[in-house]
Design a protein around this ligand. Structure first.
Ligand SMILES: [Zn+2]
Length: 179
């Protein structure tokens, strides 16, 4: 994969790791990616669900991941990302805030995700327009993008609710950032 990324001139990617899962081989792989210039992020050690295990156990698990990944994270100062397992940031405000404090204490930024990968289509069109020297109305692109992503969120939420009786509307915490 490293060779393919290089061949395609892909800029550094961010890889989120569960360092406790098959830790030896995973850490060796991550080391290779890190040496090739890619970034490594902490995705907890064993991938527990915050709302199932509670703050104390979850933070301990995340800290274990941090310890295992530290040699790699140290290579990327200022680029420490944490991604919540199942994107679950805590249903209760107290739990959510406790984890936010934990992230600050461990110097992590929240590794947010795109719920829909069509942002690549938007980027590609913008880059094409730029190359042609066209004037781009970013506020229009922004509102179009937000409308598009909101539509995708609603679609996938409806699909999840349809497929799973356990799916709840608040399962996914989405943040839409401007393009
Ligand atoms: Zn995950």
């Amino acid at each position: 994969m490293i060779g393919k990324l290089e061949k395609l001139h892909i800029p550094p990617v961010l890889i989120f790791a569960n360092a406790c899962k098959r830790s030896d081989s995973v850490l060796r792989q991550l080391q290779l990616h890190s040496s090739a210039g890619h970034l490594i992020g902490n995705h907890t050690c064993t991938h527990p669900s915050l709302d199932q295990v509670g703050f104390v156990r979850y933070a301990a698990d995340a800290a274990q991941g941090d310890t295992l990944l530290e040699p790699l994270l140290a290579r990327q100062p200022g680029e420490r990302f944490f991604r919540f397992s199942f994107l679950n940031e805590g249903e209760e405000v107290k739990v959510r805030d406790s984890m936010r404090q934990w992230l600050t204490a461990y110097h992590y930024r929240n590794g947010l995700v795109s719920v829909d990968d069509d942002d690549y289509l938007f980027s590609s069109k913008i880059n094409q327009a730029r190359k042609r020297g066209r004037k781009i109305d970013y506020s229009k692109v922004k509102s179009l993008f937000i409308r598009h992503v909101t539509g995708a969120v609603e679609f996938y939420d409806a699909l999840a609710n349809h497929r799973s009786t356990r799916a709840r509307k608040d399962r996914c915490q989405i943040r839409v950032r401007s393009v």
